[in-house]
Design a protein around this ligand. Structure first.
Ligand SMILES: Cc1ncc(COP(=O)(O)O)c(C=O)c1O
Length: 421
């Protein structure tokens, strides 16, 4: 059998593959796994009950059910849903968004695959452009989506602000940001996966100005952002401009199974996404849009996020931090300022083993985390910091998070204690 060059890119060492495999095997395992590795949102009873009621209402209405499962939507996504979204963003933020600015995809992971390969890579003139990640660590899922021969990403190291004995925060190092003709797009996740960082309003504005000046699309991955799921625990203003490409997802609302992503962008970009949907998938799925349509139209979604989802994740975050303080008080651990999303990013300074080895030792003990080095797509320098950080997720059940942190503390302590022996 001869595989194509494309197949060679589907190599098994892609971080996202081991992450999703760990996630699947943890769910299917008959042993107790402490799943601190994946990005699965929590099953929040009130939120699930709400969407379950919506699903029952659709299922008991033959016309609605028939439309949801029996018809292909158009390749840009369900027209009614797109109109509702356009009104939603226009009314909520005063943005001049119309239906031509919105496309639906099969999850925001698909959005990124399509966007990155549309906005960067080989140009018709034979040049090559890249996606600039102005601040790494950045989302592991971007790393392997490039379909061309050359690396699709170029990335920059952050400035590290030490906040106190426990916390630190990454900032964009603007001295390193130069958006020339080789950059096809700039992308940030806000809040950031894996760190829980929320790049500041000033940083966002500055990046927006730089990208505008160079006529470069600026992609803002809002998988955890405002207005939904609103896993933002600090002040953060969303920003729209004609060159912005905003990517939303229904997943972190508790609906990863419906695979729905939303792109808000210039009409020319939306046209490409619509065409790509038609070519690769015929149409995006209809279940997600049908399920959330009412919540968006009635603004109930804002209320659910503000009053239920956000307080829930703040509580889970605080419990995890308290657990780390208790279990790791004697260890040189620092935590990235947890300003959003569902993760804590732990930095073990001068850890005598690489975090890949730590990951393997933890897996032996049924604890799944993600080793930090996966989160630096496009960063060429072999920065030691990459090998000293891990990402843990606090959206798993409380027992898993608690026991998982205990075991991480034991393994890390052993690594420091055995130093030199
Ligand atoms: C920052 C970020 N962007 C995008 C995605 C993709 O999410 P989905 O394809 O489920 O919308 C994820 C998933 O974890 C994520 O963390």
């Amino acid at each position: 059998m001869h595989f194509s060059r494309f197949a060679a890119q589907l190599s098994n060492d892609a971080g996202i593959i081991s992450l999703m495999e760990d996630l699947g095997s943890a769910l299917g395992s008959d042993q107790k796994m402490y799943m601190l590795g994946g990005g699965n949102p929590s099953h929040i009873p009130e939120i699930e009950a709400y969407f379950r009621a919506q699903m029952l209402a659709i299922a008991s209405d033959p016309a609605k059910f028939g439309a949801m499962v029996g018809d292909y939507d158009g390749p840009q996504g369900n027209e009614g849903f797109i109109r509702i979204l356009a009104d939603f963003f226009s009314e909520l933020y005063g943005w001049p968004i119309a239906a031509e600015n919105i496309a639906i995809t099969n999850g925001s992971q698909s959005s990124f695959g399509l966007l990155f390969n549309t906005l960067a890579g080989e140009t018709p003139q034979g040049d090559f452009t890249q996606v600039l990640l102005p601040l790494t660590p950045e989302y592991i899922g971007y790393a392997d989506v490039g379909l061309g021969k050359q690396p699709l990403f170029t990335a920059r190291k952050p400035i590290i602000e030490y906040i106190d004995d426990t916390f630190f925060k990454y900032h964009v190092d603007f001295k390193q940001i130069d958006i020339d003709d080789h950059i096809g797009a700039v992308c940030v996740s806000r809040p950031t996966n894996p760190t829980g960082n929320v790049i500041t309003d000033d940083e966002l504005k500055h990046l927006s100005e730089l990208t505008k000046a160079s006529n470069t699309p600026f992609i803002i991955d809002s998988a955890y952002g405002v207005p939904f799921p609103d896993m933002v625990f600090t002040d953060a203003t969303p920003l729209w401009d004609e060159h912005h490409v905003l990517c939303f997802s229904l997943s972190k609302l508790g609906l990863p199974g419906v695979r729905t992503g939303i792109i808000v962008a210039d009409a020319a970009i939306i046209e490409r996404i619509r065409n790509a949907n038609a070519i690769f998938s015929l149409a995006p799925g209809s279940v997600g849009p049908a399920l959330v349509q009412h919540a968006i139209q009635s603004r109930k979604l804002i209320e659910l996020c503000r009053d239920t989802l956000k307080p829930y994740y703040i509580r889970r975050r605080d419990e995890a931090i308290e657990q780390i303080r208790q279990q790791m008080h004697d260890l040189p651990v620092r935590i990235h300022q947890p300003e959003g999303a569902i993760f804590l990013w732990l930095w073990f300074e001068d850890l005598p083993i690489s975090v890949q080895i730590l990951y393997e030792r933890l897996k032996e003990r049924n604890v799944l985390v993600i080793a930090g080095h996966h989160f630096f797509p496009g960063l060429e320098e072999n920065w030691q910091h990459k090998h000293e950080c891990i990402r843990i997720t606090y959206s798993s059940d409380s027992e898993s998070v608690q026991r998982g942190i205990e075991i991480i503390a034991e393994e890390v302590r052993m690594a420091y204690d055995n130093q030199g022996s």
